[in-house]
Design a binder for this molecule. Sequence first.
Ligand code: FMN
Length: 224
Amino acid sequence: MTAIDIATLGEDVPLLEAIRTTRAIRRLKPDPVPDALIRKVCEAGTFAPSGGNRQPWKFIAVTDPGRRRWVADRYRPIFLKYIQPAVELAEKDPDFPERKKKMQRAAIHLAEHLHEAPVHLFVAGWTRRGQAQDQALMPAVMNILLACRAVGLGASLTTLHRSFQKECDEWLGLPEGCPTTALIPIGWPIGKYGTPPRKPIDEVLFWNRFDAERESDVRQGGAA
Ligand SMILES: Cc1cc2nc3c(=O)[nH]c(=O)nc-3n(C[C@H](O)[C@H](O)[C@H](O)COP(=O)(O)O)c2cc1C
């Protein structure tokens, strides 16, 4: 790969375009990602809002191959045990939407290749009750996903590691009261960024008051 200028990389991507084209990229090349680039996307995370501006986040970038395998060896069996049966049913169902099948296949690919993702970025945060605090940390997670999009890295939000969270948090060396919320596997994408499938805005935007009649009309496939 030719040398990249990390300081300027991604700085010219229009914000709204990045928002519209940030999708879960679960197929990643095993090629290494410069530490400085991971630092840059995590720095974007630090610009997220937080209650009282407490900035509760800690980012742990796991890059060591043996340590990534440790994570993958725990993620994979849990994913396959709980999610693959549903995926197999969907594959046999001709009415199951192809778009969702594609997403499931990509999620299986991630589970089977997680050890190859060059960076396992864990997002953890301080909390009073010892529980993972999604609402406090997800804004930072979203900033990181957007920053990855801007600099051309592939990334996706996962939470499956919470099934072995206690073991994982101890293994990461996190103190009590600072649990992990998210695991973001990051690497250079095999596929391309693109507009993800989303409901049209007029299906989900209401003015002044939620309109249940229009909502039921939309659900039944009628005119909005
Ligand atoms: C709270 C939360 C938890 C998620 N956990 C996982 C996960 O454990 N594994 C995974 O592959 N994707 C996970 N996702 C990603 C969603 O599946 C993804 O956002 C969805 O498939 C839409 O993808 P798209 O943006 O490419 O359309 C999670 C997303 C959210 C918001």
